[in-house]
Design a binder for this molecule. Sequence first.
Ligand code: 4NP
Length: 154
Amino acid sequence: MTRILMVCLGNICRSPLAHGILESKLPSDKFYVDSAGTANYHVGDSPDHRSIAVAKSHGIDIAHQRGRQFKTSDFDTFDYIFTMDDSNYQNVIALARNSRDIAKVKSILEVDDTIKATYVPDPYHGENSDFQNVFRLLDKACQSLSEKLQNTGL
Ligand code: 4NP
């Protein structure tokens, strides 16, 4: 089983989408996908209704997900940890215990060379179009990621 964790700040907007999108592209008998936030603001909460809606419009159900905070033991549980922006990356790296932990952490958009954006913008204070943009970026990145995970590796 290969284990992949998606991380953002609140774990209600971006990482639940990344979680649901990647999960939809991988066989569940070989891959386990989860998500977490670096902050504890939304522990136990459902994803933001706008993330639920944009996922649903693409046939992906994320309504059952619940927010949780990233913890140091996630470095032991997961093989790959993907962050949405540089702030998430720095917050995760700050909890790393050694170079092996650090090596597991990558920025999600780095997995696809054709994506020009360098981070997934936080849509929390934005509009529906911002959530659609996040979905589009994450769908492209997760497509490349799912192919790499199943074929050549990362
Ligand atoms: P996320 O968006 O990191 O994509 O889940 C946010 C959600 C909530 C907050 C910040 C970002 N907040 O400050 O509550």
